[in-house]
Design a protein around this ligand. Sequence first.
Ligand code: NOJ
Length: 757
Amino acid sequence: MLKQLLFGAMFTLVVFGGVQAQEKQKTTAIEKKVDELLSKMTLDEKIGQLNQYTSRWEMTGPAPAGSSEQEMLDQIKSGMVGSMLNVTGADATLKAQKLAVENTRLGIPMIFGYDVVHGYKTMFPIPLATASSWDASAAELSAHIAAVETAASGIHWTFAPMVDISRDARWGRVMEGAGEDPYLGSVMSAAQVRGFQGSDLILENTIAACAKHFAAYGFAEAGRDYNTVDISEYTLQNVVLPPFHAAVDAGVATLMNSFNVIGGVPSTSNPHLLRDMLKGAWGFDGFVVSDWNSIGELHNHGVAADLKEAAYLAIKAGSDMDMEGYAYIDHLKELVEEGRIDEALIDDATRRVLRIKYELGLFDDPYKYSKLDEEGLVLSEEHLAAAREVAKKSIVLLKNENHLLPLKKAGQKIAVIGDLADDKDSPLGSWRAQAVTGSAVSLLEGITNVITDNSAVVFERGPVFVSNTPAFQQHLQYNETDPSGIEAAVELAKKMDVVVMALGENCFQTGEGRSQTDISLKGYQQELLEAVYAVNKNVVVVLMNGRPLVIDWMAENVPAIVEAWQLGSEAGNAIADVLFGDYNPAGKLPMSFPRSVGQCPIYYNHFSTGRADDTGTVFWSHYTDESNEPLFPFGYGLSYTSFDYSDLQLSANEISANQKLNVRVTVKNTGDVDGEEVVQLYVHDLYGSIARPVKELKGYKKIFLKAGESQTVTFELDSDDLKFFTAWKVWEAEPGDFNLWVGTNSQTGLKGAFKLK
Ligand code: NOJ
C-alpha cells in the first residue's frame, strides 16, 4: 500500500513537474513573441491596443459621444482599436476582425469582449442563485458551457465573473455576485474562472475571464449603484479583495476597474490597488480594462480637470485598456511626447494585452472562433440539461411547515397564481447575453410537465405585475392602479387543495443601475398574497427574485416558501423538480435576508460592537422598532429531510503555527428521504489586534446522505486559515483563543474551542 502511494506521489511529481516545465516553455515562447512584436510597433500602434470601443449596434452603457460608426470602422482599419465589446455572432466578429487584420500594418487581431454573465444562449441561474448551491462544480460547469457557446459566436472574452462582495440588498447588482461572504465568494470566483478559461486559453472551448469590479463596487453607500465607497483598509483586505485574489490565483486573464472611489480615490486611478497590490504583490500578468468610460468619469469624480488628466492618472495607476473612454486614444501620445509619462508605461500595458491575445491563439488564427459552427454548439440538449441540474441545486427551501411540500403529482388540485408563474422571460435574468426573449420554461409549464393529471392544475394570473414592457435599458413601471385579477385568483384558491404562488421581482428590477430603497414585493403582489391566504392556508410561495427581499409577513404566515431566484432557461422544470420532490432541495442562502430594509447592510460576519448585549436598558446597539437579527441568515436553507449534528471532536485543544487541527462531526439524515446537506464550519477569533468578526466561514462540505445514514465529516484547519489583515497591516494569524461552530447555517451549530499558540 505504502509502495503504491509512494509510486503515486512520485508519478504525480514527475507528471506535474513535466506540466510545469511545459508551462514555462510556453510562457517563455509567448514572452519572446510579445517582445518581438512590441519592438516593431510605433507608439500609435501601441496606444491602439489599449483602446476599446463598443459596437454601435448593441450597447451596455450610455451612448458614446461624437463617434460615428464610420469613424470607428476607419479607426479599426488604421490600427487604433485593439478590442471591441458587444460584437456578437460569427459573421459580425469575422467582418470586424478582417478590418483589423487585413488593413493594418502589423495585422494584430482584436480581442472581442462581451458580458456573458450566466450563459450566452443557454441561460444558467443568475450568479447569486448559483452561489446558493454552494457547489463549485455547478459554478464551473455553467461558466464552461457559457464559454463553449460564447466562443462559438466569435467572442474571446467575457466580462465575468463579477466577484464583488455585497451586503446590501438594495444594490441592484447583488444578483451578479456570490453574496456577502469572502470565503464562499472566493470559491465561486475561482470556480467560474476555471469554467470560462478551462485548462488552456488556446483551446476552442475556452474564453478569457475578467474578474470585476476591482474593487469594492459592492459597497456603494446606501446600496445606490455607482455611489461613493468609503471603507477601511481592513474591510478592503479582509472582505473585498479575497475573491479577486482567488481569481488571480486561478489564472484569470483580466480584471475590470470599478466605477467607485474608495476613500476618495477612484479605483480606476488607484495605484495602490492596481500597481502595488494586483500587479505587484499578487504578481498578476494579465491586463486591466477600465469599466465603461470609467477613465472619463475621473473628471466627474473631481480628480481630473479634463480627459487628458484622466488618461494620465489612469495609465500611471495601471489601468491598461480604456473601454469607451476615448482618453487613451486621444491623449496618451501627447502625454508621452510632453515627457509626462514614460513610454515604458505604454509598453507594459501593451505587452499585457498582447500576451492575452497570444495566449488565446489569436495570432495563430485571428478568426478561429468565428469559424466555429454556432448551430451545433449553442442551446444543445446537453447544455439545457446542465442548466436544469445547476438550477435545481440553486433553489433554497426557506420554509416548509407540516410537510406541505413536496406536492403530489396526482390527487391534489393545484392553483397556480401570479403573473410571474407563466412568465417565460423573467427567469432569463437581466444580464442575458444572447438569450432568446421568452425562451425560459415557465413555472406553469414546469408544473404541467410533471403532473400526471393536467386538469388538476388551474392558472390565474392575478393583477398584472409590471405595466410596461421591460427591456434591458428601461426602467420598470409597476402596476399600482389596477387590482383586477385578485378576485378571480381568490375564487380559484377557494376551490383548490393547494396554491402555488409565484411572487418576487421582474428580472429587470435587478442588475446594473437597478438599486431600490424598497425591497418588498412591488405592485399588487402583497395584496394578492394576503387575499389568497385568507381563503386557503395551503400556500406555497415560489419566490423569483434577484436580491434578498423583505418578506416578513410571508415568512410569518405562509407555510411554505421556495427561493427560486432567476434560474435561467430551465427554470420551470427545475422548480417543478423541487416542488414535486424529484429533487430534494439543498441550497443555502449566500446573503442574509433582512426583516426590514432599514437593517441594510446586514451580514453575519459583523463585528461585535462595544454594546452588543441587551442590558435591559435602551443603551445597547439595537433598533427600537426591529430586531437585529436577519429574517433568514447567511447559510440558511432547509431540506425535505432533517439532519442531526453530533459528536463534535477537535484533535487538539491547542495548535501551534505549523500544526493542523482536525475537526470532526457526525451528521445523520434523520428523515425519510435521501438528501444533501452543506456542513458549515465557522470560527470566531476572540481577541485580535483589531476587532474580529463574530463568526467567519472557514470551510464547508456538501454531503449526500441516504435516509437514516450517518457520516463523519472532517475539516482541517491550520494557521493559514486563521490569517487576517491585522492592525500591523500584514496577513498573520494572531495567537489566542478561538471558538468554532459546525452546523447547518451561520446561526446554529455545535460549538468547540481551541487555542493558537
Ligand atoms: C458596465 C458594467 O459595470 C460592467 O460590468 C460591464 O462589463 C460593462 N458595462 C460592459 O458592458
